[in-house]
Write a protein that binds this ligand. Structure first.
Ligand code: ATP
Length: 592
């Protein structure tokens, strides 16, 4: 059978970039899936998300801008300076490539049409080339595609290799589109999501569906080396309310303020994944050693929180300090300055047995038997209790010990990968005069500043996430809490996500000066949640003609690198926070 031309993919990319409607985005994607061969579908999914493998593989294309500039110069005969000038003018190397190819194409005739398989194969070669002289090799590979590319193909090839493709197609959008494209019964969407939750690989789920059918998708399970999407906690304001959900007793554990780490061990190999399923092995060479030494099983997947501990005092460092580990260079130094202790709280797999469907009490027993405890590898501090007073006291102790609060867990609950539910409930400290919890908001736009902030952004437009519509709804403009350093850094941080119009998954009544692809998540503290006619979060759900907004929002200084946009605070959580605040105000005798 003939291979599908790459042009088919590119034509759909153009449509996706043009749309401002989420439903349209899904149906264009479904149409794309129907237009390619089953054996090509995984490749198409990765390419649509601007990658060639699922994130957890941790392989990047690693092509420098300079390499593309050289390639375009070689291809066109124009000088590199001329290409750079064009780049400055157009602001996007993809657009430069499109023009350059357009101008030359009128003179050449012998191009061989690019196919999805050929493009993907060359991209794989580019990704696998590393070390000295690799940019030259990458350039040569890239040129081989460029020579046969049509103008629009060139544009998207450049965007893919530079990592600047901004279609904003999230995992849920892909799952929706798959269900739509292969339209089986209603429960297919759920089956697909479950397989994705356990395997962390959309390409695998899609190709299994396309090539072998839904019954095989049902069989996709846990495998060491493939990250499992994490189970998440709901939140409630008080221990008493939390206990109402705990019908089978309650295990209260410290909620450590570090980075969640999923440890995969197989023989002598250890791989670590973050909360967003990125491969973070290189950030924690010390955890590798600890895992090899302390995990007794040959094959296991365990989960815990890595916390930076002051080597002099044994006290916990705050989360920000741990983020020093998230850099490419100087890991050795960071490791010495911020040594971590791993506090384990779950186990999902051990020597051939999938453990996620066992009750928590059994999983913990297996965890304790499988892992040897020492100073740097510990089990989360816990009590078993259904007495609210006792839990409140334990909470005070957790906070004094440098934790964020507690996670209460139902002892009978299974590990529900990728789900946020009431089997785990987090309790956090109640700040006086402020909301009990911070919010994690997605930056979707910005407004230019004046005065001291002239030339940079004055305020950011931030949004909450809604899972049902897979969209982002604005909840606040935020300008407070930024240090001078932040003001300098934010434009740089956001630059790669700039897009020419509001993103199709962003619902806003405001017209920002600059729009971004929803990507960067920041932590925000606010004094209160109020009704607002201009913000779209929970619009019409509490009151007709009004949404919810934040009063006195302030950036806490935390950029949540460990969260993806779909992990941000949701509309449902926002409504819950609004209701809790109202309840509290009533008991205090004040008006919200
Ligand atoms: P937050 O922003 O409050 O950290 P989150 O959205 O990252 O929340 P939640 O599921 O809401 O994640 O809260 C649980 C998080 O708390 C986990 O992702 C994990 O990183 C952390 N954590 C710390 N200690 C524990 C523990 N004992 N059990 C489970 N999770 C824990």
């Amino acid at each position: 059978m003939q291979e599908t031309p790459f042009k088919v993919v590119v034509d759909h990319f153009i449509q996706m970039e043009d749309t401002t409607k989420r439903t349209e985005l899904t149906s264009i994607l479904a149409h794309l899936f129907n237009s390619v061969k089953p054996s090509e579908i995984d490749k198409v999914i990765y390419l649509t998300q601007g990658k060639i493998y699922p994130d957890y593989i941790g392989v990047e294309l690693g092509v420098a801008e300079k390499t593309i500039i050289r390639a375009l110069s070689k291809y066109s005969g124009l000088s590199e300076e001329k290409i750079e000038d064009e780049y400055k003018k157009l602001g996007d190397l993809g657009d430069v490539a499109k023009n350059v190819v357009q101008n030359k194409k009128q003179m050449t005739f012998f191009a061989q049409q690019l196919t999805i398989n050929r493009v993907y194969g060359v991209l794989e070669k580019i990704a696998k080339t590393s070390g000295k002289g690799s940019q030259d090799m990458k350039l040569a590979y890239f040129m081989s595609l460029l020579n046969d590319a049509e103008p629009d193909e060139a544009k998207y090839l450049v965007k893919i290799v530079l990592g600047t493709l901004r279609l904003g197609v999230a995992d849920y959008t892909v799952l929706d589109a798959l269900a739509l494209a292969y339209a089986g019964s209603k429960d297919w969407r759920e089956i697909l999501e479950k397989a994705y939750n356990l395997s962390g690989d959309l390409g695998l789920v899609a190709s299994t569906l396309a090539l072998k059918g839904i019954d095989e998708v049902k069989k996709i399970g846990i495998k060491v080396g493939r990250p499992i999407r994490p189970m998440l906690a709901e939140r409630v304001p008080t221990a008493k309310e939390a206990l109402e959900y705990m019908k089978n007793g309650c295990i209260a554990e410290y909620k450590y303020d570090g980075e969640r780490v999923q440890v995969h061990k197989s023989g002598n190999t250890v791989v670590l994944y973050s909360r967003r399923l990125e491969n973070i092995t290189m950030h924690y060479p010390d955890i590798i050693e600890l895992a090899l030494k302390n995990i007794k099983a040959n094959e296991a997947i365990v989960e815990g929180e890595a916390v930076a501990v002051d080597p002099d005092t044994g006290e916990f460092y705050p989360f920000q300090e741990l983020m020093h580990r998230r850099r490419k260079y100087g890991i050795e130094e960071a490791m010495k300055m911020y040594p971590v202790t791993l506090f384990l709280f779950d186990i999902m797999y051990a020597d051939g047995s999938q453990l996620v469907d066992l009750p928590l009490t059994e999983r913990r027993k297996i965890l304790w038997d499988t892992v040897k405890k020492d100073e740097r590898v510990q089990f989360a501090t816990h009590i078993e209790s259904t007495d609210p007073k006792e839990i409140e006291n334990f909470m005070d102790q957790a906070i004094t010990d440098g934790c964020e609060g507690l996670v209460l867990k139902d002892p009978a609950s299974i590990y529900r990968a990728g789900a946020r539910g009431f089997s785990w409930i987090k309790l956090k400290r109640d700040y006086q005069g402020e909301l009990a919890d911070t919010l994690d908001l997605v930056v979707v736009g910005a407004f230019y500043g004046r005065g001291r902030r002239a030339g940079t952004y004055g305020t950011l437009l931030a949004a909450v996430y809604d899972k049902d519509s897979d969209s982002f709804y604005t909840v606040t403009k935020i300008g407070a809490g930024f240090t001078d350093e932040d003001l300098k850094n934010f434009p740089k941080l956001l630059e790669p996500y700039k897009i020419p119009h509001r993103h199709a998954r962003v619902i806003s009544k405001m017209d920002a000066d600059v729009w971004f692809e929803p990507r960067i998540v920041i932590e925000v503290q606010a004094q209160e949640i109020t009704l607002s006619p201009i913000h779209t979060a929970a619009f019409g759900l509490i009151k007709e003609g009004a949404g919810l907004a934040l009063r006195f929002p302030r950036f806490t200084g935390k950029i949540r690198d460990d969260k993806g946009p779909e992990d941000a605070t949701t509309v449902t959580e926002l409504i819950e926070m609004y209701r809790n605040q109202k309840k509290k105000a009533l008991t205090n005798g004040t008006n919200p």
